[in-house]
Design a protein around this ligand. Structure first.
Ligand code: S3P
Length: 426
């Protein structure tokens, strides 16, 4: 599709769409808890709808009246064998987290997804859950989907030092640990998003966290709850960037979830000298707020170490931000970008360089030389929603010519009304 180009003076207010990570988990927790769970502000993006459908396939009654989703959970033992293989679409969160849930069932489930899912590494989940007693195998002896998960009702607890910083892996192990007999101890490589831990507590479970060490005993019973999903800071990131780099702009983003394990982009914007006002609301446990950004003079910085998991999904749009900052921005320790929906290190460098950016891909990140004007080009999202949205924000800076985006439809994975929201700003 032809992207919108050459806009200055973006102004307005956007209600940020609901958090993808929390929407997935709200269905999962509702399904494994006992009793009714209601979910308000569920993200009806393709990925979260894959999770909803997957649990319907596992025999869980889930109703959607267009506003509230109601999940009628019957505990872990209420899950029933699916009649056919479960399709997870493009969703890494669905396939990885569900593996931990299926680990404790008395049946076998097959899981498959789209082209991108068929290339996502799964050993990171398979190894720990197999160590706990499940039998999970990949396609043709590889670690890649389609996968088969043979559960066991006799799951053992695990003591596990995580080799990767991944909330998906941690969450899969936690779901299995909730069903195991005894205490599991998980030590994170770096602290990652903690929505699963929060929701275990919210659903009446018991978990203790001390720094990077998590202790959890099983088996546990969870109880259905009322969940209200806050807005997704990962979606807000696109309009935060637009507001900072497009001349004469001021954008107000409402209802943004501000869980501290997700707010690395706020730290980055502040370090780069961006004008960003954060007005917090919500309780300590459920932080949310309004973010206001204005066009700013930015400077390049280094982004590495423990902050990386706190902004892992925002790195493509942060790379665009850095193309409009004076000086060099260096992103390190972000090798996980290579195994996202696409290789985001290559995708960001290749596509933005076509538009005139000066970006060097490295083994674990990107070196971005700013500040560069951007020009028209034929670009692709590689079927990756976050690359697609980043390229549309980049196109806003192009003064003449065309930016044609291939595979734009991927954007509906996390932000189905992205283009409508953008239109509201000019
Ligand atoms: C997610 C964790 C992250 C993130 C993904 C969502 C989650 O993946 O990139 O978009 O909801 O747990 P990793 O766990 O692979 O880092």
């Amino acid at each position: 599709m032809d992207l919108v180009i050459n806009k200055i003076g973006l102004n307005g207010v956007i209600d940020i769409p609901s958090d993808k990570s929390i929407s997935h988990r709200s269905i999962m927790f509702g399904a494994i808890a006992e009793g009714k769970t209601t979910i308000r502000n569920f993200l009806r993006g393709d990925d979260c709808l894959s999770t909803l459908k997957a649990f319907q396939d596992l025999g869980v009654k889930i109703e959607d009246d267009g506003e509230v989703i109601t999940v009628h959970g019957n505990g872990f033992s209420g899950l029933k064998p699916a009649k056919q293989a479960i399709y997870v679409g493009n969703s890494g969160t669905t396939i990885r987290l569900i593996m931990g849930i299926l680990a404790g069932t008395s049946f076998t489930t097959e899981l498959f997804g789209d082209h991108s899912i068929a290339k996502r590494p799964m050993n990171r989940v398979m190894l720990p859950i197999n160590q706990m007693g499940a039998v999970c195998t990949g396609h043709d002896g590889t670690e890649f989907p389609p996968l088969t998960v043979k559960g066991t009702e006799k799951l053992s607890p695990i003591h596990y030092q995580m080799p990767v910083a991944s909330a998906q892996v941690k969450s899969a192990i936690l779901f299995a640990a909730l069903q195991a007999h005894g205490e599991s101890v998980i030590v994170e490589k770096e602290k990652t998003r903690d929505h699963t831990e929060d929701m275990i507590r919210q659903f009446g479970g018991d978990i203790s966290v001390s720094g990077k060490e998590i202790r959890i005993s099983g088996p546990q019973k969870l109880v259905g709850q009322e969940v209200v999903v806050p807005g997704d800071i990962s979606s807000a990131a696109f309009f935060l960037t637009a507001g900072l780099i497009i001349p004469d702009s001021k954008i107000i983003l409402k209802n943004v979830g501000l869980n501290p394990t997700r707010t690395g982009i706020i730290d980055v914007i502040q370090q780069m000298g961006g004008k960003l006002l954060v007005q917090e609301s919500g309780s300590e446990a459920n932080k949310a707020g309004t973010l206001t950004v204005e066009t700013s003079d930015l400077k390049g910085i280094e982004i590495s170490g423990e902050i990386i998991p706190r902004l892992i999904d925002e790195l493509p749009i942060i790379a665009l931000l850095a193309t409009q900052a004076e000086g060099t921005t260096i992103i390190r320790d972000a090798e996980e970008l290579k195994v996202k929906e696409t290789n985001r290190i290559d995708a960001v460098a290749t596509e933005l360089n076509k538009m005139g950016a000066k970006i060097e891909p490295t083994d674990d990140g990107l070196i971005i030389h700013g500040k560069t004007p951007l020009n028209g080009a034929n670009v692709t999202s590689y079927g990756d929603h976050r690359i697609g949205m980043m390229l549309q924000i980049a196109a806003l800076l192009v003064e003449s010519g065309k930016v044609e985006l291939d595979k734009a439809e991927a954007i509906s994975v996390s932000y189905p009304r992205f283009f409508d929201d953008l239109t509201k700003l000019y």
